[in-house]
Design a binder for this molecule. Sequence first.
Ligand code: SF4
Ligand code: SF4
Length: 319
Amino acid sequence: MKGSVAVVGGGIAGIQAALDLADSGFKTYLIESRPSIGGTMSQLDKTFPTNDCAMCILSPKLVETGRHPNIELLSYSDVKSITGKAGDFKVKVVKKARYVDETKCTGCGTCTEKCPTKVMDEYNAGMSKRKAIYIPFAQAIPRVATIDASKCIYLTKGKCGVCKKVCGPKAVDYEQKDKEIELDVGSVVLATGFKPFDPSLLKQYRFDHPDVITSLQFERLLSASGPTQGHVTKQSDGKVPKKIAFIQCVGSRNPRIDRKHCSSVCCMYATKESIIAKEHDSDIDITIFHIDLDHTHFAAPLRGEMVGCVCSFQRREYR
Ligand code: SF4
Ligand code: SF4
């Protein structure tokens, strides 16, 4: 029986699983498809129900994961296949070309400053721009640059090359190729996370309007590291909104789009985001439109109490 473990997914669940395994003495491979670990939690401003700073909780774990002698971090890597049986798995992993040598890059950011190409920034949920060569966020682990091959002028048209010229340690490598590696492990932990529902599929909610945003976008607006440095402003005119409406259960509890389940989180983050928005500006008038919700979630944080995070809706199906 092999003693090593592959953890697939470098969000908070995968990170904690990898740290617990590694602390117990297992050699652990943490595989993450994005350029750095951290997942969705790295985009959150605060966490429910205590409203603690998300990055303050996450950041020490990122550093510990990056430095742990029992963890081998395979970021910007996809799992191609898993074969075998319990105790003896083979995991094929594709390490995608970053076009930057991880062993040479110091994360200085000079290339990012000089790159002329601006593209949509996923970290800020599309509400700001990043460069074609980028480090996803300030606390990213590993702190190395990655070139977005589909947007880079050199990799698409053979022109530019600025990042290579300005990189002191000569880390930029336009010839880098995807690399396939095979891991022998005894167990696999799947912590692959989730994709948010695309609200543009439900036309009635007018997601085409600049002032209709997702909860993750609102989270970035609340965050001091976000596109407005934590100022709650409208995307259309940059002014502070007088009223905010939260619409619950978009993309869940809706049999018409074959999504009967409860998201199990939207009561909680709407409560949290409402309280934080009021902390930013107490004059903002907030309304939450809901089908129904567990009032314990709403009342308890206002009373300063802890509540369980498993909503009673989770196990039900709505028809
Ligand atoms: S690629 Fe070079 S310039 Fe860019 S962050 Fe890394 S070391 Fe700095
Ligand atoms: S070569 Fe590509 S990544 Fe580098 S500076 Fe030019 S556009 Fe940016």
